[in-house]
Ligand binder design. Structure first.
Ligand code: NAD
Length: 246
């Protein structure tokens, strides 16, 4: 088993991030559960990992703040060691049709879902380059692959994540660091629970498998891309979507 690596998962208090944190901990890694506002959820996830025999620590940081991100990554380095596995998962939605979308809602989604991914990658890759080892998985979305009405901000950010993932993969391939994206389809979490029933039914009607996925479905793909079994895979986008974006 691969053990002893330090894995940072952003926005890992709940949903897909929490599932990724649990899976990586079960694989033997020490997981840093980053959260912004949801302290209680992050502590609960860490407690669940500990009671299952794993190692997890929580760390507050708004990933859209570059100084806070640098400080978080430095603290991780000092207290636990260099981040060797990074899962950029934190994300938000501010859905609205383009005609009505407010500039601040466009900007907020780009800042959290795209710019923050850059900040966290930039802060972590120095340590990975020194170790000549690293795995980065950025959580995109099928919305960034095929678009989605009402998500001009979100789909632009998630498509941007794919472009940035491929650039990072090219820049870091020679350093033994792989960078891939996972693009979930409709996964049952707080993010999708907030959608009106008609919107949920509309999305699900476009899923060939006819159902939504679980956070664990995404975590399994993330875990593979963080493992040595994917060492020759970089710059790829793996859709975990019941066939939605094919
Ligand atoms: P969620 O709302 O349950 O979790 C998102 C987490 O990100 C929350 O814990 C939130 O506190 C955290 N977060 C938000 N802004 C942050 C910030 N500035 N700093 C630190 N943490 C922050 O949603 P989820 O469904 O688990 O989403 C996880 C990721 O998966 C997101 O990037 C989302 O866009 C993506 N995604 C989800 C779906 C889906 O169907 N649920 C589909 C495609 C992509």
């Amino acid at each position: 088993m691969e053990t002893g690596k330090i894995a940072l998962v952003t926005g890992a208090g709940k949903g897909i991030g929490a599932a990724c944190a649990k899976k990586l901990a079960a694989m033997g890694h020490t997981v840093i559960i980053n959260y912004n506002g949801s302290k209680a959820a992050a502590e609960e996830t860490a407690a669940q990992i500990a009671s299952a025999g794993g190692k997890a620590y929580t760390m507050q940081c708004d990933v859209s703040d570059p100084e806070a991100v640098s400080a978080m990554v430095e603290t991780i380095q000092k207290e636990y060691g260099a981040v060797e596995i990074l899962v950029n998962n934190a994300g938000i939605t501010r859905d609205e049709l383009m005609l009505r979308m407010k500039p601040e809602d466009f900007d907020a989604v780009i800042r959290t879902n795209l710019t923050a991914v850059f900040y966290v990658m930039q802060a972590c890759i120095r340590g990975m380059i020194k170790k000549r080892k690293g795995k980065i998985v950025n959580i995109s979305s099928v919305s960034g692959v095929i678009g989605n009405a009402g998500q001009a901000n979100y789909s632009a950010a998630k498509a941007g994540v794919i472009g940035m993932t491929k650039t990072a993969a090219r820049e870091l391939a020679g350093r033994n660091i792989t960078v891939n994206a996972v693009a979930p389809g409709f996964i049952t979490t707080d993010m999708t629970n907030a959608l009106p029933d008609a919107a949920k039914e509309g999305i699900l009607s476009k899923v060939p498998m006819g159902r939504g996925g679980k956070p664990e479905d995404v975590a399994n793909a993330v875990a593979f891309l963080c493992s040595e079994e994917s060492d020759y895979i970089t710059g790829q986008v793996l859709c975990v979507d019941g066939g939605m974006a094919m």
